[in-house]
Design a protein around this ligand. Structure first.
Ligand code: IMP
Length: 193
């Protein structure tokens, strides 16, 4: 089965391809010949994911899925959450968001956090949602050079203390929010092809 993945983020595409079971194929927006940004105008992951799937389905008429992800930090009342991409404002430098997060958590004893992903599938014009959560904690300092976004400061529960940015794609896939949501999507499509 082939689905368009409504994202322009190559890291997300690579992560899902690394764990996708045989029989499933995903096409990035570029590979599907779509060269446009997709808006994320809402205050919830659910609404943003659905909007991205809706835009691409209306554009192509094809089955597709999208995802929206947020980092929810307990000591910050769940922030940055749905605002994770622009936590440090319009400064798009790779470390601006993580630098701000580490400043906000300076001296905090509770560094627990979780990534939460909502995947929205549009199948024959009907929408279905799947959630994946990865609990963990924010490290004292950035560690590692792999991955993207907040990976250098996120240590998943159940691992060996390394951040996501110190792991291979397959290792991150063993813990990740995105992988857990994908597993639910695949299970759904296996029963509803
Ligand atoms: P979005 O889902 O593309 O809107 O991502 C929101 C923000 O969270 C962006 O700053 C991403 O870089 C970051 N982000 C999303 N997924 C991950 C992840 O798996 N690891 C680290 N950061 C992530």
């Amino acid at each position: 089965m082939e689905l368009i993945f409504a994202t322009n983020n190559a890291h997300k595409v690579d992560e899902l391809r690394a764990v996708l079971p045989a029989g499933f194929r995903i096409l990035s927006l570029k590979e599907a010949g779509i060269f446009q940004d997709i808006p994320e105008p809402f205050d919830s992951l659910r609404e943003n994911a659905r909007e991205k799937a809706r835009v691409i389905h209306e554009l192509t008429g094809r089955d597709c899925f999208s995802e929206d992800t947020g980092l929810e930090v307990a000591a910050l009342g769940g922030a940055p959450g749905v605002h994770s991409a622009r936590y440090a404002g319009d400064d798009r430098s790779p470390s601006a968001n993580t630098d701000k997060l580490l400043r906000e958590l300076d001296g905090a004893t509770d560094r627990s956090a979780r990534f939460r992903t909502i995947i929205c599938l549009c199948l024959a014009g009907t929408y279905h949602e799947f959630e994946g959560i990865c609990p963990g904690r924010i490290s004292a300092n950035p560690q590692g050079t792999g991955g993207f976004g907040y990976d250098p400061v996120f240590v998943p529960d159940g691992g060996d203390g390394r951040t996501f940015a110190e792991m291979t794609l397959a290792e991150k896939g063993r813990f990740s929010h995105r992988r857990k949501a994908l597993d639910k999507l695949v299970a759904f499509l296996t029963i509803n092809p």
